[in-house]
Design a protein around this ligand. Sequence first.
Ligand SMILES: *Cc1c(COP(=O)(O)O)cnc(C)c1O
Length: 416
Amino acid sequence: MDTINKRIYLCLAHMGGQELQFVKEAFDTNWVVPLGPNVNGFEADLEAFVGENKKVVALSAGTAAVHLALLACGVGAGDEVICQSFTFCASANPITYLGATPVFVDSESETWNMDPQLLEEAINDRIAKTGKKPKAIVPVYLYGMPAKLDEIMAVAAKYDIPVVEDAAEGFGSKFDGRVCGTFGRYGVLSFNGNKMITTSGGGALICQDEAAKTEIMFYATQARESYPYYQHEHIGYNYRLSNICAGIGRGQMLVVDEHIAHHKRLCALYKALLADVKGITLHENPSERYDSNYWLNTILLDSDLAIKGEELAYAEQIQGAVGGAAGVTHQAQTIHTDCEPNRNVEALRMALDRAGVEARPLWKPMHKQPVFADAPAYVNGVSEALFKRGLCLPSGPCVTEDDVRYIVQVIKDSIL
Ligand SMILES: *Cc1c(COP(=O)(O)O)cnc(C)c1O
């Protein structure tokens, strides 16, 4: 059978074994709709996992969870929302769905996440310039690493602005022993095919209480008033998770702890194997307070580290999506953009690609994306510098310890 496992990918989905049983039950009982025992069971599993007496709503995507959280924070046309710049586009796109404007804030160099000092500067400057407070703050746990949550939450409390934590990549990560996604008013989870656990596609929103959960469910199911006929007083969305997908999620919750332990084990192995490699730095927890799930292990290359074949980096245009499984991309019109990874990073990515290993540059900061060229940004150079020097390495449950040894050997052989 043709599978997609021929290469070593960053983080492929991995079934624990019980998923099909839950899905079969859904078929056998005809719960083939976006509600039912698997949805309820999955939500209960998630609530037990995140703790802190939180309530969780299962949704069709992490992006939908960001969208509904912002809606519930009252974000609307003409508002501003502060968002970490160093992230995947799904943290920021829903801000624009609501007619609001993202205000991007750069990162600090320890966690790579939102810089709390710059956050406060941004809030003060937005108040000075617009006379209004930003409506929400969206910090992100990039590659699973918790942010400086004590400081970010203190700034948010000082200005009384709700926090929507984008924990899409940080499922199971902890700060000061507490699960990420439970600090803010809402916490976003993603169960896309490449995340810590998957429902093939799906997400969830961590809510503070039952009332907040009910409100999110109302908007996720087309905002219907209780009449015998369809009566609408609000604009709703079709964002509930299917009972079929939730069955996969219930199976995945039986192996989530194993998955997280596996990602951490691979981190420790990358650390040991890369310890004597000059010019390459692995991204790690800055202190005991941080407990990253190491969803993706990432490295930084010193800009003067010489990699074989650098003269060929950016020689040819990329066809399609790097990695392959990412759907349709527009064909790029140029080889270069005004902000791209250093040549040695691209040369190493190409060497790994030829060796059958998927590696990917760090996410390009939103304030450097043409689509957000007009959005206000508070920048310190940190995320741009990291983007130019960094690569994500295979870290998922399908990646074996031998795979990591092979990957590090390819890296070592690529150094001039
Ligand atoms: C994956 C991801 C999302 C979106 O999740 P989907 O389930 O793919 O919609 C949001 N934010 C970040 C940081 C992500 O990595």
